[in-house]
Design a protein around this ligand. Structure first.
Ligand code: ADP
Length: 261
């Protein structure tokens, strides 16, 4: 803990960015990136006067290019900073724009820290009200390094209601607390599945595990996102649900989360 807090005075704001919100999860596959993307779109939809950016520091498995239907190499500005790529009104930057999709993970490993430095410091965001950061899953070097280098307004932790995911989410919340990043709350993802044919509702991963964890950690639950085919299809086709079906109940669930942030 002592080493961690000693790192804090080095924190330097990202130029032009008012607030940084990180989206984290204890483990992979729980819907962290889907939440980050839809949260960014929902922040923009809730207040069109706000400029929103999305930064993907999930260096081992960047999902933002696919989910936001973007690819290509960023152009450089006159001061040699990378210009974010733009879609659906959101300025995006991702490790996925910098390396080939098929680049071996081993090679990436060697570059991770210098890549993080680039993604944090060498992007010309212009003026942003919110920068939503899609963290890698877990509590490793990247999460620590981002938390120590940049002032973060708050962390949103995504978990399914399943015990194993919750245990890891618990660790994530503890990490942020240790480095003095305020945890805004938990997003419970995939809590309920409603059969599109018979409307029967099933709690595939349990009903309200995140709520129980939130009570233990004295945190808010920012929202419940249902397990829904439309969310998965929308993400996979690069047309996130908040953008493509803003009137759907699924999109509204994300809009409610954004209103809490
Ligand atoms: P993570 O970033 O935690 O690894 P992703 O956001 O990439 O997870 O989600 C993993 C998979 O689950 C993706 O295919 C995504 O489309 C899907 N998914 C995430 N949340 C939901 C949801 N609420 N309903 C249906 N599919 C979802």
């Amino acid at each position: 803990t002592e080493i961690m807090s000693r790192g804090l005075p080095k924190q330097k704001p990202i130029e032009g960015v008012k607030q940084v919100i990180v989206v984290a999860s204890g483990k992979g596959g729980v819907g962290k990136s889907t939440t980050a993307v839809n949260l960014a779109l929902a922040l923009a939809a809730n207040d069109s006067s706000k400029a929103i950016g999305l930064l993907d520091v999930d260096v081992y498995g960047p999902s933002i290019p696919k989910m936001m239907n973007l690819k290509g190499n960023p152009e450089l500005s006159q001061s040699n900073l990378m210009r974010p790529l733009l879609n659906y009104g959101i300025a995006c930057m991702s490790m996925g724009f910098l390396v080939e999709e098929t680049a071996p993970v081993v090679w990436r490993g060697l570059m991770v820290m210098s890549a993080i430095e680039k993604l944090l410091r060498q992007v010309d965001w212009g003026q942003l009200d919110y920068l939503v950061v899609d963290m890698p899953p877990g509590t490793g070097d990247v999460q620590l390094s981002v938390s120590q280098n940049v002032p973060i307004s708050g962390a949103v932790i995504v978990s399914t209601p399943q015990d194993i995911a919750l245990m890891d989410a618990h660790k994530g919340a503890e990490m942020f607390r240790k480095v003095h990043v305020p945890v805004l709350g938990l997003v419970q993802n995939m809590s309920v599945f409603q059969c599109p044919k018979c409307k029967h509702r099933t709690h595939i991963f349990g009903a309200d595990g995140a709520r129980k964890l939130a009570r233990v950690l004295d945190l808010d639950v920012l929202g419940d996102i249902p397990l829904h085919l439309n969310i998965r299809e929308a993400s996979d086709t690069g047309q996130p649900i908040v953008f493509s079906q803003p009137e759907s109940d699924e999109a509204k669930a994300y809009l409610r989360v954004a209103a809490e942030v």
